[in-house]
Design a protein around this ligand. Structure first.
Ligand code: ATP
Ligand code: MG
Length: 360
């Protein structure tokens, strides 16, 4: 089986590494031959050679969302999850409207254009969050508005053609995510819940929790069914202080909060994506041991205290080999232990070891 992956980032890298173990072959389409997945694929191709990429792939999937329109049109027939679903995800406005249509709880929102953003924010009420409709990730294109003048920053960073989502700022008790996988026959499985700790809009660490939230499970299963979804779908939620859940967003691809599954589950999210899109039976999503994951943001390998880090039991280091930039996801650590409490203790030790100063 030859799988084409659009995008050469770390999600593709882990998909390739997991798939190669099972005898899959991979083509990666990315402008950068030194991107993590480009380096480990059987074949790297730049976007200009998309026709070759299509000809040689049995099935195509994607590991990031912001792909050029022209390429999407060309790969449409071979791509799973369906690009119609990616299209929803590429617009934060369409995505929210879908939740509303399907009756899922989500923070209240209105939409705005560049011209009327200030006015709409005022009418909506503060505090709120302004999110650019397109191209946001890791908190980019996202603005917390506590004072009317905070809108200026959003206006300055975006062009007059852009649209925005204005969303209620939720004072949540915690954030969690739920990852589902579904095959073409409609078989679906859910991974365990993870509780996620973000800092400045970017995931810092997460860990599994042995409780179930039925309403969230129903939403993920219903979303996959409604979309006739084939592949891996991650949904992020807020859990409010009064025990309500709200859908924040979905991602139709492997998710940062599912990296722990490489070491914590019988089948990783990457392997299950491949199984789902290649028509193979889905693997067990069950947890083997309590697990967690910590992102390494904006640091080089040299800046890590490997002696101490690797002395902690249950630590597995994943290093993507990317050029260092402030707050960029450079690698992650998966951690397993005998109890959830032990996971939390080890995560705290890891955070202290890695970020004895602020994450840079
Ligand atoms: P991702 O990299 O996950 O795709 P993103 O930048 O597209 O991220 P979100 O997931 O919407 O955007 O937001 C990132 C984080 O910002 C959330 O996980 C949450 O911590 C915070 N956040 C987003 N929206 C809200 C909100 N309405 N109220 C409170 N916090 C929010
Ligand atoms: Mg998110």
């Amino acid at each position: 089986m030859r799988v084409g992956i659009l995008g050469g980032g770390q999600l593709g890298w882990m998909t390739v590494l997991e798939g190669k173990r099972m005898g899959f072959e991979f083509l990666v389409l990315d402008p950068d031959p030194t991107a993590p997945a480009s380096k480990v694929a059987d074949r790297w191709l730049p976007p200009e050679r998309v026709n070759e990429f299509i000809k040689e792939s049995n099935v195509i999937t994607y590991e990031f969302e912001h792909i050029e329109e022209e390429i999407l049109e060309k790969v449409y027939d071979l791509t799973l999850p369906s690009l119609d679903i990616l299209e929803l995800k590429r617009s934060k406005i369409k995505e929210k409207e879908l939740y509303k249509k399907l009756g899922y709880p989500t923070p209240d929102f209105v939409t705005a254009c560049w011209e009327n953003l200030t006015e709409k924010v005022k009418a909506f009420g503060l505090p709120c969050v302004v999110k650019a409709e397109r191209l946001g990730y890791d908190g980019k294109g996202q603005y917390r508005i506590y004072h009317p003048e905070d809108v200026e920053k959003a206006l300055k960073n975006h062009s007059k053609e852009e649209r925005f989502l204005i969303e209620r700022l939720i004072d949540f008790s915690f954030e969690f995510s739920l990852i589902g996988v579904r095959d073409a026959r409609g078989n679906a499985k859910l991974y365990p819940i993870t509780v996620n700790q973000h800092e400045d809009g970017i995931l810092l660490y997460n860990h599994t929790r042995a409780f179930q939230i039925r309403e969230a499970e129903d939403i993920v299963l219903s979303l996959m069914e409604n979309l006739n979804f084939v592949g891996l779908l991650a949904v992020e939620f807020f859990y409010t202080w009064d025990g309500k859940i709200l859908v924040n967003e979905f991602a139709p691809r492997p998710h940062n909060t599912g990296h722990y599954s490489l070491d914590g589950c019988y089948t990783s999210q990457f392997e299950n994506l491949l199984r789902a899109i290649c028509g193979l039976p889905l693997g067990s999503t069950k947890l083997k041991v309590p697990s967690g994951m910590l992102n390494i943001l904006g640091l080089s390998l040299k800046e890590l205290d490997l002696n101490n880090l690797l002395s902690i039991e249950g630590v597995k280091l994943y290093w993507y080999g990317k050029e260092k930039r402030p707050r960029r996801k450079m690698g992650h650590i998966n951690i397993t232990a005998n109890s959830e409490q032990e996971i939390e203790e080890r995560l705290e030790r890891l955070v202290n070891l890695i970020y004895s100063h602020e994450p840079s």
